[in-house]
Design a protein around this ligand. Structure first.
Ligand SMILES: *[C@@H]1O[C@H](CO)[C@@H](O)[C@H](O)[C@H]1NC(C)=O
Ligand SMILES: *[C@@H]1O[C@H](CO)[C@@H](O)[C@H](O)[C@H]1NC(C)=O
Length: 471
């Protein structure tokens, strides 16, 4: 950052009369879904590039505030925040031209920072229902040298060395503890529009630096400052660098990092967010000290996933980035590419579980916690199956005369005839049952302490609905 901006920023910190620098952090765990969806920029269609999406399970290809409120679970830990947050996914680009997704470290951390406008009475408002915005632009391939471009950057994590300066493009050395992308959203609002054609011009950055100071007259309403961090395990590729360039690309074909962008679609309970803005003053950002907000357990946030519905491969080794995303290194702005043959339609949801209704007349019930306090969900019989798949477990339980089968820990099969009501799966925490099966790594066989339940269809499979409230 040029000295002029840094000085402006510090000047505001020191000259404002006791500004409140309180904040609270909303941790988001395993992403809700990774796919080509973007209900803000490209509603109703398969979006141009792959996104890593966090937040409420009400997420869809087309959505409004009401849909956020139908969420049955949430990958972020504040119950009252059913917002969605998304960023482009990161890929490693191999020397032979293939791509593979870089695993994420957790989900994301969302900072809600109370930064009042020093020229006003200090009021900070919660963005209203229906509010949405985008920070950054996927066409950027060079440093634009303006406040909006400084609002997004990268931290090259190395916990055993002094911090290296943050960069606006991808770091050019390996980051031993991963690569953290950071996006600061605009905190000045025009006070009228919930969105705008470019999804940006209804909001603005403060006039002197992106994260503090006065708002422009055109956008006089100070909203809560939202700052998003997301970290990728780029260090897992440390010995796979080649040539003169760093080897990572965003899903939209950006090898520079300047196209880093993030989207926010408000799904908060607005009154709760306003209450939190007014009352949560922990200087360390500890959300558990924020009384208006209810936290939920990790197994609920980790387990909260939604099914993909674009039928294309997005992980494993790929010949090309999903969508039409040739590498465009810049420095001129990237040009949109279409018509490369990538799927454009939104299909039926792709189930994570194995559908055994036709082949076995057994149906998927859901994923639930097992062995809580030593209590097993299925108590009929138990056995390990070295080459287990859901079908093999169901066959075993059927042969033994049982009506429920449960797969767990990749290779364990449990059978029984009933499940206590309080052990029944909730609809959404499927994400806890995503371990690859011992006998087929493309199918899922429960998890550690989580059992994936199948049930013999009793006069027709029924797609039963189980309680949606986590218990
Ligand atoms: C949400 O639903 C309510 C009740 O159906 C409706 O009055 C309201 O206009 C909807 N809001 C949005 C943002 O769609
Ligand atoms: C490309 O290189 C990667 C990394 O070495 C390798 O795992 C992958 O199989 C290669 N893909 C092809 C198509 O050769």
């Amino acid at each position: 950052m040029p000295p002029s901006f840094r000085q402006a920023s510090l000047a505001w910190l020191f000259s404002s009369a006791a500004p409140s620098l309180a904040f609270f952090k909303v941790p988001c765990s395993t992403p809700l879904v990774i796919q080509r969806a973007d209900p803000i920029v490209q509603p109703g269609v398969a979006s141009g590039h792959v996104h890593t999406i966090m937040g409420g399970s009400g997420f869809g290809f087309t959505m409004d505030y009401n849909m956020t409120q139908t969420s049955q679970c949430n990958s972020c830990s504040a119950v009252e925040d059913k917002s969605n947050y998304w960023v482009a996914s990161l890929y490693y680009h191999a020397e032979n031209g293939s791509f593979i997704q870089v695993p994420q470290n957790g989900g994301a951390l969302i900072y809600y920072e109370q930064r009042p406008d020093p020229t006003t009475d200090g009021t900070i408002v919660a963005p209203p229902a229906g509010f949405r915005m985008v920070a950054g632009s996927p066409i950027d391939r060079s440093d634009k040298g303006n406040i909006a471009s400084y609002a997004r950057n990268f931290a090259c994590l190395n916990y055993n060395a002094p911090g290296t300066p943050q960069t606006h493009g991808f770091p050019t050395t390996n980051c031993p503890n991963g690569l953290r992308a950071q996006v600061y959203f605009p905190s000045c609002w025009d006070g009228v529009n919930l969105d705008s054609p470019d999804h940006k011009s209804h909001v603005a950055y403060p006039t002197q630096t992106y994260d503090n100071g006065p708002c422009p007259a055109s956008h006089p309403v100070r909203i809560i400052s939202i700052f998003l961090e997301i970290t990728w395990h780029t260090e897992q590729f440390a010995d796979m660098w080649y040539g003169d360039e760093q080897p990572f690309v965003f899903s939209f074909g950006d090898p520079t990092g300047y196209g880093l962008h993030a989207d926010f679609l408000n799904g908060w309970d607005i009154d709760v967010l306003q209450d939190a803005i007014n009352t949560c003053h922990d200087g360390g950002g500890d959300i558990t000290q924020c009384e208006p907000i209810t936290m939920q357990p990790d197994w609920v946030t980790d387990g909260c996933i939604v099914e993909r519905s674009i039928n294309e491969q997005i992980d494993g080794w790929l010949d090309a980035l999903p969508g039409c995303n040739p590498i465009q290194p810049g420095p001129e702005d990237a040009k949109p590419v279409t018509g490369c043959g990538a799927p454009t339609t939104i299909g039926e949801p792709l189930h994570y579980y194995t559908d055994l209704t036709d082949s076995h007349d057994w149906e998927w019930v859901g994923c639930t916690r097992d062995n809580v306090g030593g209590q097993r969900v299925l108590v009929g019989s138990f056995g390990g199956i070295s080459d287990m798949t859901p079908a093999k477990c169901v066959d075993k339980c059927f042969a033994e005369g049982y009506t429920f089968a449960g797969v767990e820990n990749a290779h364990e099969c449990f059978c029984g005839n009933s499940v206590d009501e309080d052990k029944m799966p909730t609809v959404t925490p499927m994400g806890n049952c995503m371990w690859p099966c011992a006998g087929d790594n493309l199918q899922k066989c429960g998890g550690y302490g989580f059992i994936g339940l199948y049930r013999k269809c009793d006069g027709g499979c029924s797609n039963l609905q189980y309680p949606v409230v986590p218990h």
